[in-house]
Design a protein around this ligand. Sequence first.
Ligand SMILES: [Zn+2]
Length: 210
Amino acid sequence: MKIKKIVDLSEDLGDYTTCWAINSESKYTTNSEGDFTVSTITMNVHTGTHVDSPMHRGGWSHAPVGNQPLNKFMGFAQVLEGRDMNFDSILPSTEIILVKNEYAYNQRYYTEGERSWPWLDTSVWRKLVNEYGIKAVGVDSPSIDGRHLFAGRGNNNHLFLSRAGVPIFETLRNLEKLGSVQFWFFGLPLNFGTLEASPVRAVGIIEDEE
Ligand SMILES: [Zn+2]
């Protein structure tokens, strides 16, 4: 593969990176002694760009994020506009769909009132999985469900996708830099053997055709 462009789709992580979940501030501790530096972090695994395994919204599936076949987290991908889902633009070889909701979530600090974001109806995800054979999906918002759907009400997108065994990438960045071309997507989780999600370094790689 000859690479034309690599687009970093990940949010940078630090104690300043907010997570939608309440009471989940990250804590970073760095100790230096001589020329050695060793750090310890405490953070919610849904902070920044991350992937949810079906275990996150399962009950029926306890497969942790580190116990999934790696091919679930990589493949030919396309970005679609959430405002205008153009299913006709999906190429037959596309396996992963990332949805750009034009959500200006670039601010690291936000107030309770701003904790809302666009989301798509479950029928969209059902169509992508059942009719187009999509094996993984992603969004640029903190969750694939609407903010108001937490606290036990709804959460239908997580529910459908988890039942279908489809990994969900959330808080993706820079989707606008990929345009409408097909690209290679990689978003590998850390090999957590007991957890439901993991931060990922998500990248989109556009191949050079020549
Ligand atoms: Zn999540």
